[in-house]
Design a protein around this ligand. Structure first.
Ligand code: MN
Length: 283
């Protein structure tokens, strides 16, 4: 089955901007997909519901998400305790699956047990809070997308800047428009990280393809005492410091641009690997 979507005009306003994408230019044929949708904010999160609504325009969406919030769990998996799965009848889909586990658990279970067919696409989000810079490595949202990529399935993590009154429906429309343009250009399974700043929801909108920034966020601990006089700490972060390096997700987001970053999960440092092979290590 084929569905018709609108492909957007390309933006020529910036060298690394791939589109403002407000005015459709031409219709293209787009194959209907089977989509696995998950997140780390939990199966009842508004970002998941908003993304579900938009993704149904692209195909059949199967929701498998954590029963409780799993933000910051990164790529953890459950293997020392049972993975309890519940059918959620009032979730975003007609039937959603709630997993007492991590986002990576959800993708695995979705692929092996919950989805009626192997998904063509894994989407994770919309997270309430950006997942840019090194926060990518702490993120359960991104980890779910990485898990999809482990299985050779094109995957995208979607995050919106934290706001108490976040407009997830508008962010979900942006995510769909990005997917509609990215998927036809994707050769082989790829892994993408999409971040949307709040100002891009209503104002002028550009999407920039950027590498992941490496600046540390301002991290500190607030020290308090519990009612029994014991010290405890609460980890907190400030935004990353402004950087002179304009070509990162952090810098583009600071300027109010949407960012799209291609990721890979091969952590091998190739250039050092080549050097180390000449070290002739002995035991
Ligand atoms: Mn989260």
């Amino acid at each position: 089955m084929l569905r018709t979507i609108q492909a957007a005009a390309r933006c020529k306003t910036a060298t690394n901007c791939v589109g403002i994408c407000r005015k459709p230019r031409r219709a293209v044929r787009f194959p209907s997909m089977n989509i696995l949708l998950t997140n780390d904010d939990g199966v009842y999160a508004p970002g998941l519901a908003a993304l579900y609504q938009e993704l149904t325009a692209l195909g059949d969406v199967h929701v498998v998400a954590p029963l409780t919030e799993q933000s910051g769990v990164a790529h953890s998996i459950t293997f020392l305790s049972p993975l309890v799965v519940r059918k959620i009848f009032n979730g975003p889909g007609e039937v959603s699956w709630g997993v007492e586990g991590s986002p990576a658990d959800c993708v695995k279970l979705g692929l092996f047990e919950c989805c009626p067919v192997r998904p063509d696409l894994v989407v994770s989000g919309i997270n309430g809070g950006l997942n840019a810079g090194i926060n990518v490595l702490y993120s359960g949202t991104v980890a779910a997308a990485i898990e999809g990529a482990f299985f050779g399935i094109t995957s995208m993590a979607v995050s919106l800047e934290y706001d108490e009154h976040a407009d997830f429906p508008t962010a979900a429309k942006i995510a769909r428009r990005v997917l509609e343009q990215v998927l036809p250009r994707t050769e082989g399974p790829q892994l993408y990280n999409l971040n949307i700043p709040t100002v891009a929801l209503n104002g002028p909108r550009e999407i920039h393809v950027t590498p992941m920034g490496l600046a540390r966020y301002g991290e500190h601990f607030i020290k308090r005492q519990d009612p029994k006089g014991r010290d405890y700490y609460w980890a907190t972060t400030d935004p990353p410091p402004s950087t002179e390096d304009a070509d990162t997700d952090l810098a583009a987001l600071e300027r109010g641009h949407i960012t799209l970053t291609p990721l890979e999960f091969d952590l091998t440092k190739r250039d050092l690997l080549g050097t180390m092979k000449d070290w002739r290590l002995e035991i």
